[in-house]
Ligand binder design. Structure first.
Ligand code: PEP
Ligand code: MG
Length: 574
């Protein structure tokens, strides 16, 4: 019988192949009592398993191909760190001793205790790190059960699709050498390591399918549509033919896209468009360079502050900002000041109790409330301006008063560097994020006092439509082409144009190729997005005639009926 399962597509494309179910060791753990005289032996068995996993992970790291994405090595280091932390390497031994239980059961109990603590973390990114702990424990249990390897034997001509409860980065590297066509998992979110890895491996992938591992049988034929987030199990003849066609088209398109990597992004009527990349950590530069991006339009510096107890000092921050600026060889690098708070808390200890963190002390509000922390970042940023083409971007501005306070603090940081005779660029450009509806409505006032504007559509949508961007229950209401959103975007672009200030979009909308023409029609000339989207957006730019887009964009802007907007956008893209 044919049926479909829906999840979250995290890497686009279509794969057709046979399911390989990855065993889920955690489900197979049994509990038994160990006689007192055999406890030492059980502990030794546990120690041996930890040692084997250590060796396995080290071996995987040593065998990484030189062109493997930088984050793969980082993922394995994280797993090694988790493995060797006393909470996993030592505490289960105490459980074996006190409860006289088998090693598998002890490590599983300890894992559940750790996972419970992770579940209480509000920050989505940190919360998802619990999957890393689970993945490491899975590995240990598999060794204890005597089944360390997950790599299946492949018949060369068959495309294999991995169906797993979860996949660890270390396993995925081994899988990669065996050329899997796709992978799908029961758990994970859009920012999970599995999702990040999927994007960097460039194979179609879907996470959060909930029960794929129970619904799909080993060897069954399945179709993975990573673009739509759908798995079709046992497709009939018609569905198979349809998806084979779509797959061929997709692959052809990807090949074609690669040909434009070195092309300048210029419209048919000769207007140059800036296509920039968003990054979270300096290591992302590798992918930025491979994408042919013209610069960095958004460096989210808050990631430097996460997963740690102490904030990075001025020197550490300076090194990170300088590295990015230098590696970009004079191309523009827009570095955003700290956007901590809401779904991006540093760690659970620093969480402030407030009813609605997204409306609380976040981003620039937090920086103004903690001027010393902000001063440290501003000094580091300003010092880095002497080493490249850096611009500073302020997140979450809601009023001009806030902007003026921020500029005073920037001036204070500059003055402290002048006094110490430390080099920086006096003319560093200062821009502001327009991501609160109030700021979009007053965009002209902001444009007057800033050098450039950058529209953060992710938050602009969240705040305009009153939809928590992290809440699954309302995600169906998250509509980037709601008439109100389009009006706020257009109004901001117009305000910038009027005052001769550059305006970019750096939220997810910038990387959605279906919206490129609409945004061009609104007058947008700068887009900043995940590097993997640059070529598809460039493709749209190369085929667009700005004069022809304007009337269609005007018509869409005048449309108040959400249901009519999608078809109008589709027509514009023909
Ligand atoms: C945005 O809000 O659109 C944005 C780019 O910022 P972030 O996603 O980091 O909140
Ligand atoms: Mg934002």
């Amino acid at each position: 019988m044919s049926f479909a399962i829906h999840g979250v597509g995290v890497s686009s494309g279509i794969a057709i192949g046979h399911a390989h179910l990855v065993s889920h060791a955690l489900l197979e753990v049994v509990h038994y009592q160990v006689p007192a005289e055999l406890i030492d032996q059980e502990i030794a068995r546990f120690d041996q398993a930890i040692q084997t996993v250590n060796q396995d992970l080290e071996a995987v790291r040593a065998q990484l191909p030189s062109r493997a994405p930088a984050e793969l090595s980082a993922f394995i280091s994280t797993h090694l760190m988790i493995l060797n932390d006393h909470t996993l390497a030592e505490d289960p031994k105490k459980i074996i001793q006190s409860d006289r239980c088998n090693a598998e059961w002890a490590i599983k109990q300890q894992m559940e205790f750790i996972v419970e603590q992770f579940d209480q973390i509000e920050d989505e990114y940190l919360r998802e790190r619990k999957h890393d702990v689970v993945q490491v424990v899975e590995r240990i249990i598999k060794v204890l059960l005597g089944r360390p390897s997950q790599v299946p034997l492949l018949e060369q001509e068959k495309a294999i699709i991995l169906v797993a409860h979860d996949i660890s980065p270390a396993d995925a590297i081994q899988f990669k050498q065996h050329q899997f066509a796709a992978f799908v998992t029961d758990v994970g979110g859009a920012t999970s390591h599995t999702a990040i890895l999927a994007r960097s491996l460039n194979i179609p992938s879907i996470v959060a399918l909930q029960r794929a591992r129970t619904l799909i049988r080993d060897g069954e034929l399945i179709i993975v549509d990573g673009t739509q987030g759908v798995v079709i199990v046992n497709p009939d003849k018609d569905a198979l033919a349809e998806y084979k066609l779509r797959q061929e088209q997709w692959e052809l398109e990807q090949q074609k896209l690669k040909r434009i990597k070195l092309n300048k992004a210029v419209t048919l009527d000769g207007t140059a468009i800036d296509l920039y990349a968003n990054i979270e950590v300096p290591e992302d530069i590798v992918q930025v360079k491979a994408s042919g991006a013209a610069g960095i339009g958004l460096y989210r510096t808050e990631f430097l502050f996460m997963n740690r107890r102490e904030a990075p000092n001025e020197e550490e921050q300076f090194e990170a900002y300088r590295t990015v600026a230098e590696k970009m060889d004079g191309k523009p690098v827009t570095i955003r000041t700290l956007d901590l708070g809401a779904d991006k808390e540093v760690n659970s200890d620093t969480e402030r109790s407030c009813t609605n963190p997204a409306l609380g002390l976040r981003a620039i509000r937090l920086c103004l409330a903690e001027p010393q922390m902000f001063h440290t970042q501003l000094r580091a940023l300003l010092r880095a301006t002497a080493f490249g083409n850096i611009q500073i971007l302020i997140p979450m501005l809601s009023s001009i008063t806030e902007l003026r306070q921020t500029k005073l603090l920037i001036e204070r940081a500059k003055q402290s560097l002048r006094t110490q005779k430390i080099a920086f660029s006096e003319n560093v450009q200062i821009g502001g994020m327009i991501e609160i509806p109030a700021a979009a409505l007053c965009a002209e006032a902001f444009a007057k006092e800033l050098d450039f504007l950058s529209i953060g559509t992710n938050d602009l949508i969240q705040y305009s439509l009153a939809i928590d961007r992290t809440d699954d229950a309302v995600s169906h209401l998250y509509n980037p082409v709601h008439p109100a959103i389009l009006q706020l975007i257009e109004m901001t672009i117009k305000a910038g144009l009027k005052l001769g200030k550059k305006v970019s979009v750096c939220g997810e909308m910038a990387g959605d190729a279906k919206l490129t023409r609409l945004l061009l029609g609104f007058g947008l000339r700068q887009f900043s997005m995940h590097p993997s989207h640059i070529l598809s957006v460039k493709h749209q730019v190369l085929q667009s005639n700005l004069e022809k887009l304007k009337p269609a964009a005007r018509k869409i802007l005048g449309c108040q009926d959400s249901d009519k907007i999608e078809p109008l956008i589709q027509k514009m893209n023909l």
